[in-house]
Design a protein around this ligand. Structure first.
Ligand code: NAP
Length: 263
């Protein structure tokens, strides 16, 4: 199926590894030119080279922290100058620190809001004028299954990501008639470096092997396996397509059936 995004410009935040990188690669395979962002220059450059070699598309790599407001305007200006205005925005970032309510200070709360909510608000605000001018745009936020079923030890993630969903739903209604869609994707356990690191730390703290940690996760998932980054990327790429023009304001989990909720 031709997804109709050849020549579109995509900005994928937090994309030197994991879900972001898989998404940038999938969009480039569909012929989009992509800008990828992450803090670490080395991994970012390596990812950009890998995507260029695999797809032949233009790939701009800009080092930056999406949680720092002052960097975002310059980032979007660079994309505009190098590739053109952003047609497809994929909001993504690292996760806030784990813990329960009584662990968190004001600083922790505000940090999570800056990283996970305000990065999406600010990047969306910066690219929206171009999308409105063109009468076409796609905004896709990577959140987590936690927005459907909160995870007990991740209060900051649960709260900040739920705010992203509320923001996206409200914005989607405002801009739907202008050809712009806004959707949220909610991954469950997906095998990235982040999840490998979590398996390692659980293994060390519980005195069991990494394989045992993974096996326990797999048992808790109806599909009996973890997700693959390419599967999350495929969903995002479809939401970015021409064909998905009537899908907006949705929050779609991709979790092998884990979420126990009707909605
Ligand atoms: N994998 C899962 O199972 C899963 C499930 C639900 C939700 N999520 C969420 O999805 C997001 C991506 O997870 P992942 O598994 O793909 O993680 P990952 O494999 O660790 O990759 C994270 C990417 O984000 C970049 N990054 C992190 N913080 C950043 C910042 N402040 N500014 C710019 N780039 C930043 C990292 O590069 P630098 O470190 O160099 O900046 C890296 O490229 C996270 O918010 C995570 O909580 C993941």
């Amino acid at each position: 199926m031709d997804l109709g995004i050849k020549g579109k410009v995509a900005l994928v935040a937090a994309a030197s590894k994991g879900l972001g990188k898989a998404t940038a690669l999938a969009l480039a395979h569909e012929g989009a030119d992509v800008c990828i962002v992450a803090r670490g220059q080395q991994a970012l450059d390596a990812a950009a080279e890998e995507i260029r070699a695999a797809t032949g598309c233009k790939v701009l790599a800009v080092a930056g922290d999406v949680g720092v407001a002052a960097q975002l305007e310059a980032l979007v200006r660079r994309v505009n100058e190098s590739l053109g205005g952003v047609d497809i925005l994929v909001n993504n970032a690292g996760g806030p620190r784990p813990g329960v309510f009584t662990d968190m200070s004001d600083e922790d709360w505000l940090g999570a809001i800056e990283l996970n909510l305000m990065s999406a608000v600010r990047l969306t605000r910066l690219v929206l004028p171009h999308m409105r001018e063109r009468g076409w745009g796609r905004v896709i936020n990577i959140t987590s299954v936690a927005v459907k079923q909160p995870i007990p030890n991740l209060i900051l993630s649960n709260a900040a990501r739920s705010a992203v969903v509320a923001m996206a739903k409200t914005l989607s209604m405002q801009v739907a008639a202008e050809g712009i869609t806004v959707n949220n994707v909610c991954p469950g356990y997906t095998l990235t470096d982040r999840v490998r690191g979590l398996a390692e730390s659980n293994s060390a703290s519980e005195g069991i092997s990494i394989d045992e940690v993974m096996a326990r996760w797999e048992t808790s998932i109806p599909a009996r396996r973890l997700g693959k980054p390419e599967e999350v990327a495929a969903l995002i790429t479809f939401l970015a397509s021409q064909q998905a023009g009537y899908i907006t304001g949705t929050t779609i989990q991709i979790d092998g059936g884990t979420t126990q909720s009707l909605l």
